[in-house]
Design a protein. Sequence first.
Length: 154
Amino acid sequence: MITYLKGDATKPQDLHQGKPMIISHIVNNVGAWGKGFVLALSKRWKEPETFYKSLYKGYTLGSTMFVSVETNIIVANMIAQNNIISKTGIDNPPIDYKALETCLKEVCVKAKLMKASVHMPKIGSGLAGGEWDKIEKIIEDIFVDVKVYTYIFN
């Protein structure tokens, strides 16, 4: 079930009595970390950025890095953006929908195993240039039927 919440995705609400929470977001495959949601993450925790910058070359599109940041909070750095937006615009947006689907499936498996809820901003629809309707459908297809609680922050 997908629930939309107002608020900050870096401060997920513990709606399930202390069960783990996974904060999922998209990163690129070129090591650039410095715009968008990652700034809020880095302001709150250093580990997701440090882990990403030290290992992004070892991961490919469709890979997910899980980084523990607090006792019950894990950040999922999902490599689903090929490069970054060019200076000429977003005629060819850098989001890779297939990679995003692969990443979200991995997040879903981990959430099921841990009995965790998943929290995210409107991933892929900002700097990655993706279409939210398409991204929302991917999220629904992966999470709803397997009953992983999913929260999207506006």
